[in-house]
Design a protein. Structure first.
Lengths: 219, 241
């Protein structure tokens, strides 16, 4: 089936592809970090007793979750330079798009994790004389974090796959680099199959690890 | 945003208005057709993973793992650029030369097969969430394995997975935007095109955003109604998200 295919081309272009992979990993790590930070803030706001704040955040989360990621990327890619008033590198525009987008998803996971701790546990903590903050710190969060970490990790694996969408604005991530080689040397089969296999290996192993973690730390 | 020239009326000028309408139509059509593949195929794979047949379970697991762990955009490129090369010569020839609407159909197939892997996971978890005793009780009453699925497991499982299936349908609706990478002029790509022709970025992206949000809202409301209607007395409904 693969007669006439030339997989040596991968070796020849290894440094170029590796640079693409570095950009993919960089973007993923920064977006996961930023998305988590913003997601935590959003989740706290959503659970706060200030109704208007909680409502505002809920609207933000639902709004972003009903948009395709590609459209969000287009929005920020054209909007960020206009808002700042000077040209910004595509990387930062896209990074902001990913952080804003992922934060909506992370905040939902964090909120669900905190809500999954039963109410009577908080009541029990209060009855023991713990303050609000203490019951959060010693009772709610230790359980909530255990519940949410596997889901957050799974979402981050999806995020790694989603970074390939920066292709639409021509940022040279792993897929776009492979695409450049593919069209230059007219070798789409070798290049796209290679990209698929690399992602498959990374994401499959990562999700296996997450599953093991889930079983190990399940309450 | 100082100095931005607002130009909302441009959205109603030709050809831009037609671009938006046809783009929106294509987005809906891709989503519905892809779902028509994903729902039955995903159901079959999900059910296969809950049977006692080792080969069926393995086949289902392999399918789900492959389609879930390769980025959708890479899958799109594989279907469009690579699969025609790997097919037997005359098939590949037909796909490349004579197949009608090649980009559109490729996008539908790609999204359908990908979404099937997500539907499969929901169906499997829906069936696995039913206590094992129900299956055993069915078998003890003399039902065949097929009858147990038909009359006991499936009616309960599908009711409980309405909310996650709703998000999967909305997922395929949003993911239809990836079709633009192989040249299908759906809603997002039309908005992008209007932006490139007129520089009315804000207006073009806003109209696309509003349309996406509108459909999402309508689907969620409809599924909540369906969920309320099909609720089994005495169970707690979760509410579509």
């Amino acid at each position: 089936m693969f007669a006439g295919f030339d997989f040596g081309i991968l070796w020849l272009n290894a440094p170029f592809l590796w640079n693409g992979m570095l950009l993919t990993l960089q973007l993923t790590l920064l977006a996961v970090g930023g998305g988590l930070l913003l997601g935590i803030v959003l989740a706290i706001a959503r659970l706060s007793s200030i109704k208007s704040l909680a409502w505002l955040v809920e609207a933000y989360v639902n709004f972003l979750r009903s948009m395709p990621l590609i459209l969000v990327i287009f929005w920020f890619y054209t909007l960020v330079p206009k808002l700042i008033g000077r040209p910004v590198s595509g990387f930062y525009s896209v990074l902001i798009a990913f952080v804003m987008f992922e934060a909506a998803y992370y905040s939902e996971i964090i909120r669900a994790g905190i809500s999954s701790v039963r109410r009577n546990q908080i009541a029990a903590a209060m009855a023991l004389g713990l303050t609000n903050l203490q019951s959060m710190r010693y009772v709610v969060l230790p359980q909530a974090v255990r519940n949410m970490i596997p889901v957050l990790l799974t979402q981050s694996i999806i995020m790694l796959q989603d970074t390939s969408l920066v292709y639409v604005v021509g940022l040279r991530d792993f897929l776009t680099s492979a695409d450049i080689v593919a069209s230059r040397d007219n070798r789409p089969t070798e290049l796209y199959l290679f990209v698929a296999i690399v992602f498959l290996v990374i994401c499959f192993s990562a999700s296996r690890l997450v599953n093991r973690l889930r079983r190990r730390y399940a309450l | 945003m100082g100095g931005y020239n607002w130009n909302w009326p441009i959205l109603f000028k030709e050809p831009y208005f037609t671009w938006i309408v046809t783009g929106f139509g294509k987005t809906i059509l891709i989503a519905v057709l892809a779902w028509a593949i994903a729902f039955p195929l995903g159901s079959a794979i999900g059910i296969a993973r809950t049977t006692d047949n080792g080969a069926l379970r393995l086949g289902g697991t392999v399918y789900v793992e492959i389609f879930r762990n390769v980025p959708l955009l890479v899958q799109m490129f594989l279907w469009y650029f690579v699969v025609p090369e790997l097919l037997p010569a005359d098939w590949g020839h037909w796909v490349k030369r004579d197949m009608p609407y090649p980009q559109f159909l490729t996008a539908v197939i790609c999204l359908g097969l990908y979404t099937a892997s997500r539907v499969a996971e929901q169906v499997r978890s829906g069936i696995e969430a039913i206590p094992r005793g129900q299956r055993n009780a069915g078998l003890a009453m003399g039902l065949t394995s097929l009858q147990v699925y038909r009359y006991v497991l499936i009616p309960v499982a599908y009711r409980t997975i309405i909310p996650p299936l709703t998000s999967d349908f909305l997922g395929v609706f949003k993911n239809s935007s990836l079709a633009l990478t192989i040249g299908v002029l759906e809603l997002t790509s039309q908005a992008r095109q209007i932006e490139e022709y007129t520089f009315a970025a804000f207006e073009a992206f806003t109209v696309a955003t509003v349309l996406y949000c509108m459909v999402t809202g309508i689907v969620i409301l409809a599924m909540r109604m369906l969920e309320r209607r099909t609720r089994i007395a005495g169970t707690i409904a979760v509410g579509a998200q």
